[in-house]
Design a protein around this ligand. Sequence first.
Ligand SMILES: Cc1cc2nc3c(=O)[nH]c(=O)nc-3n(C[C@H](O)[C@H](O)[C@H](O)COP(=O)(O)OP(=O)(O)OC[C@H]3O[C@@H](n4cnc5c(N)ncnc54)[C@H](O)[C@@H]3O)c2cc1C
Length: 684
Amino acid sequence: MSNDNVTRNDRLTGEPGLISDALDTAKRTVSSLVNSVDADAVYDEGHDIADTKAPQVPIDKRWDERKFTAKLVNPANRRKLSVIIVGTGLAGASAAATLGEAGYHVKSFCYQDSPRRAHSIAAQGGINAAKNYRNDGDSVYRLFYDTVKGGDFRARESNVYRLAQTSVQIIDQCVAQGVPFAREYGGLLDNRSFGGVQVSRTFYARGQTGQQLLIGAYQALERQIAAKTVEMNTRHEMLELVVVDGKARGVVVRDMVTGEIETHFADAVVLATGGYGNVFFLSTNAMGCNVTATWRAHRKGAYFANPCYTQIHPTCIPVSGEYQSKLTLMSESLRNDGRIWVPKSGEDSRAAPDVPEDDRDYYLERIYPAFGNLVPRDIASRAAKNVCDEGRGVGPGGLGVYLDFADAISRLGRPAVEAKYGNLFDMYAQITGENPYETPMRIYPAVHYTMGGLWVDYDLESSIPGLYVTGEANFSDHGANRLGASALMQGLADGYFVLPNTINDYLAAGPFPKVDAAHPAAVEAVEAVRTRIDKLLSVNGTRTVDSFHKELGHIMWDYCGMERTEEGLRKAIGRIRELKTEFWSDVKVLGTNESLNQALERAGRVADFFELGELMCIDALVRRESCGGHFRAESQTEDGEALRHDDEYAYVSAWEYGGEDGKPILHKEPLVYEYVEMKQRSYK
Ligand SMILES: Cc1cc2nc3c(=O)[nH]c(=O)nc-3n(C[C@H](O)[C@H](O)[C@H](O)COP(=O)(O)OP(=O)(O)OC[C@H]3O[C@@H](n4cnc5c(N)ncnc54)[C@H](O)[C@@H]3O)c2cc1C
């Protein structure tokens, strides 16, 4: 396929203007897309799959039952067993600390210079738990119900129920570690509300909840490092999974400082490598977040589930210019007290404080009176997009809505608002130069979280035996839309409580036969890594990695972002394929492998983003319904809400890698709802 509208020379100018030229190119390219693929020709149907690990007992007994039936490993034998854990965010650090404490030999990896720099540190708003401290009607069942409904009935009931059950233990664990959660005057832990719920169950540490939780997990991890049960490998990037006799047995990593390629082996491998929102180039994720670890595992046989389910967060600082490489979240907690509005008229050019009440449209409170500003993220994001599409958006380009604290400040006083949200307000002021205590914040939706990830069963085991996946890297608990403050809950539930109880069942059969670097599977994996690195360095083309990434991001945002259509997705798949080919023939990666080389690191990640981006579009194309964050324009209710088609699409899409030249294969895991009635979501 070729795109006649853009010649190679248009794009290939001198170094300084490379990125901006590429961006212009991206815009031209995207607006003039002519190539598209035939919808049914892009994938093959496979057999249905099922989770076989959740016990067939009433839902409130399942987790206890599984813990009881899962085999144990006696403490003396644990010392003979090893586990590789890639990732030291909340999901990985908590798992490594807990398995180390249990006595297993753990090898932990991350690409940052300290485990404490994992992206989890950025989490601001809070972590949910069904403690019912407020006595406002909360319960394990209600957290379960809210999460299944919030995910638009596309999550697995068993997993979500266990998440709600485990949530209460997480808070106790973290308090015991000394995590400084906010407290009320009487000393009890304080709570606030997040979107999609009518109770207050979100525990928080000002606007730094992720940081404080990660410090808790990190100190537990450091304790095990000192005790020598955990061997920490920072600045090591996993680039391949080693599969021996069908089982995950090791990883190939690159020492990011020396470029050395190393192999590491263990009895089981855990990926806790986070989400892939950066496929969109601009997102609220840390710059380093990427899909490489899970994508490499996918290519080795791990099914990738629901890749198209992306969360677009409604309250981010709007894009300010073409040279921006990162977006900033303003925590959802702000919707507890901030009111969202736009002028009633698109012609209204007055400054926000000068717009009288009667001329304001508090559209969330108007459309969704029951939940108001605290509707779930997918709904708030779409509503913001709609008012901006109507021409009523505010700020540069009309791509913004107001988040206004004037009422809260007059009701509670500025010191109270400052105590709750002070660091978020400071951050906003530093980035925008505006004072949010005096004029409303301007916000707009941005890519934030990915509900999709590697498919796992109830034990968190992927379709490759011995490969476990935790935290944002798996698909398990949030369906088509994650509720706020549920990611930290899931990461810590997985790492502190679920995995340490389920992985025993697998390890009880170990230690498995010894594998070393001479094993053909390891040799092949190392060879694949070296070949790829050599290839990236030898293209010696004319475009930077970032320019390709940016162009891919534009395609993803325009066609697989907040709204998706059949036609757009077909075009996007065609264009991504073209761009991928261009990447491999025209990318310029400076430097060598034998030293710190960030261009090389990014090149490998972007190469994987191309393949993932294509699968995301295929998944979105095949799912001809709207659910949660996946909004297909062709499938909406009369008042513009997401319209599911439960008769056809009540399943998890689990994609099998189809080979370099083959098509991905779709396996469906049917979703059965026994404890929550599936119905059209309503927050009105
Ligand atoms: C700005 C922001 C605010 C948020 N606020 C909240 C909130 O208030 N509440 C909430 O519940 N959720 C929040 N979230 C979501 C939440 O922070 C994340 O979903 C969660 O922290 C992910 O944790 P994780 O452990 O799964 O992955 P991460 O924290 O992303 O950690 C990934 C780890 O994997 C490692 N890694 C990845 N790939 C490789 C590789 N190839 N080789 C070696 N190591 C690798 C990294 O080095 C890192 O250690 C927020 C997200 C953002 C972006």
